[in-house]
Write a protein that binds this ligand. Structure first.
Ligand SMILES: CSC[C@H]1O[C@H](OP(=O)(O)O)[C@H](O)[C@@H]1O
Ligand SMILES: Nc1ncnc2[nH]cnc12
Length: 290
């Protein structure tokens, strides 16, 4: 049985980890290009942690310019087993109010200007995204959030939009009508790539606003997001500090199969695989490709 290493991808407002012991920023090279930043390594209560600011320090990457493949590959390469994605979001539900956290369990991917797979010509794979979020990681996050006194909702659908502009009123009403719970710009293709890399993945979506559908609230703008973000970010850092020690010691394989996602996904015949494609997949799929 292996030891867990928890990867934390910090979104808007979350640019570090509280109480990280032995903290050290280290660049991780990836064949997929430049990750958003160096990775911050350390331990929390003895459990290894690796933190990556999704937009880079200083928030320099847009949702569309983030190299999601390099970010996930770098984490996999560094030994991460579980990814906690911390993300600001708008809400389509009255009861999911600014300041609340949502542990989402579904995504609708409306992004269109991003590289979405590690696989392609020369090595084709189709992983299941039916259940994109790891319930074991979600359980740990829910328990830790409640222990921290955070108002947390379990389950919800996150609509990933391309951005960087926010939605129109018509779009916001449309997504609400589709049954979505929250909206953001970054969790896709991040969640798809984490699944391809056989990493457990869960999102803590921190509500900052009611997007543009709510008649009693102004449509979202960055100033409104930032007003709520500061408090949310403090709660998120407390949550990370509380959840990581739950992963200490030896750990059983994922009961939901996240760590074996490629087992029935690769379809290119071994003799037809392109060695150049395989070389790029050494970290993500080395377990399966030998
Ligand atoms: C600063 S508001 C819009 C911005 O915030 C969210 O980022 P993240 O998911 O990284 O927290 C949203 O997706 C947009 O990128
Ligand atoms: N309303 C919203 N739409 C997209 N991304 C967001 N991030 C925070 N609030 C958002």
């Amino acid at each position: 049985m292996a030891q867990a290493m928890i990867g934390v991808i910090g979104g808007s407002g979350v640019y570090g980890v509280d109480g990280l012991e032995g903290a050290e920023w280290r660049r991780v090279e990836s064949p997929w290009g430049e990750p958003s930043d160096a990775l911050l390594f350390g331990t929390l209560g003895g459990t290894p942690v690796c933190f990556l600011p999704r937009h880079g320090r200083g928030h320099v990457q847009t949702p569309s310019s983030i190299n999601y493949r390099a970010n996930i590959d770098a984490m996999k390469r560094a030994g991460v087993t579980d990814v906690i994605s911390v993300s600001a979001c708008g809400s389509f539900r009255e009861e999911m109010a600014p300041g609340d956290f949502v542990i989402v369990d579904q995504f609708i991917d409306r992004t269109f200007a991003r590289d979405k797979s590690f696989f392609g010509p020369g090595c084709v794979a189709h992983v299941s995204m039916a259940e994109p979020v790891c319930p074991r990681l979600g359980d740990a996050l829910e328990t830790a959030a409640r222990a921290c006194g955070i108002t947390v909702h379990r389950g919800g659908t996150y609509l990933a939009m391309e951005g960087p502009q926010f939605s129109s009123v018509a779009e916001s009403r449309l997504y609400k009508g589709w049954g979505c719970h929250v909206i953001g710009m970054t969790n896709m293709p991040e969640a798809k790539l984490a699944r391809e890399a056989e990493l457990c993945y869960a999102t803590v979506a921190m509500v900052t606003d009611y997007d543009a559908w709510h008649e009693d609230h102004d449509a979202v703008d960055v100033a409104a997001v930032i007003r709520v973000l500061t408090g949310n970010a403090e709660k998120a850092r407390a949550l990370v500090k509380a959840v990581v020690p739950a992963f200490g010691g030896e750990r059983a394989p994922c009961p939901h199969g996240c760590d074996r996602a490629l087992e029935y996904a690769l379809i290119t015949q071994p003799e037809a695989r392109d060695p150049r494609a395989l070389a790029m997949l050494d970290a993500v799929a080395g377990r399966m490709l030998g």
